[in-house]
Design a binder for this molecule. Sequence first.
Ligand code: NDP
Length: 290
Amino acid sequence: MSAELLDGSGLAKRLKAELARDAAAFAAENGVIPTLAVVWIGDDEAAAGYARAIVRNCKGAGINTRQETLGEHATQQDAERAIDALNRDESVHGIMILEPVPDQIDLPRLINRLSPVKDVDGVHPANIGRLVSQRPPYFVPATPAGGMRLLEEAGVEFRGKRAVVVGRSDIVGKPMAMLLLHKHCTVTIAHSRTQDLAALCSEADILCVAVGRAEMVRGDWIKPGAVVIDFGTNYSDDGVQGDCAQDEVAQVAGMLTPVPGGTGPMTNYMLLDNVLRAAHLSTEAFVYRA
Ligand code: NDP
């Protein structure tokens, strides 16, 4: 058997073209371009590279970006003031805080300060609560939202299926598990202390892996015909590798997201989708405020 590869690049390209038209229509109707503020605190090079990638991504979809840069010696108070100003600024629709932040910054406290209706990363406790209890409007973190969209477009059946999510981070593993639960899967979340991970994975009809360990999941961990979402993005001199041994897994799975070209482009698209949604929320007469 050779798995059907779920083409995230192609889907994201098509959706992004549609979104660019919607963003232009929003701008024409409201006289304001959907705008994302990227908050970069410190001097971390990975964060700077990510900021550049976000700017490029937004540019291609007619979404404005604004970079708010605070130096490596910025205090908690400086950072909170910057967030407060962006919350108040009506020309800013979405805000994302780049990680990592310097040690003196209390990131959870800063996230609590974000306006939930501008929290396009879906990390504010109000958005997490809304996701758990299915009370829209909320922002779902872009990576699991993109993974779900790929599965939906591929026509995957969810109801009653056994799903295993490996990884329990707030931005990938946990929200992915919630989304699968809402689709009526029976969900198990695995992590670094899980016993006999291979046996657990081999029971999954839908297996989602977000660990950050190149090629950890092997072909013989996979139930024949299973749907496998590989969120892993592990860079080495050989390029980028997933958390699954892709060649092996493709021999057993029914569907598989390739790395690269699977979940990564969908994450980029979903961030844009969240910014446009935030722009629409800003025009509504009543929106939830913390
Ligand atoms: P985190 O480091 O925050 O979380 C990793 C999770 O994996 C933790 O829950 C950890 O368990 C678990 N884990 C670590 N080692 C093992 C192991 N040996 N067996 C089982 N579980 C293990 O990572 P993220 O969730 O942020 O990212 C995960 C992967 O997804 C990375 O490769 C990252 O690059 C990628 N990623 C991809 C994106 C995309 O667009 N495709 C976007 C964001 C991330 P514990 O909690 O017990 O420590």
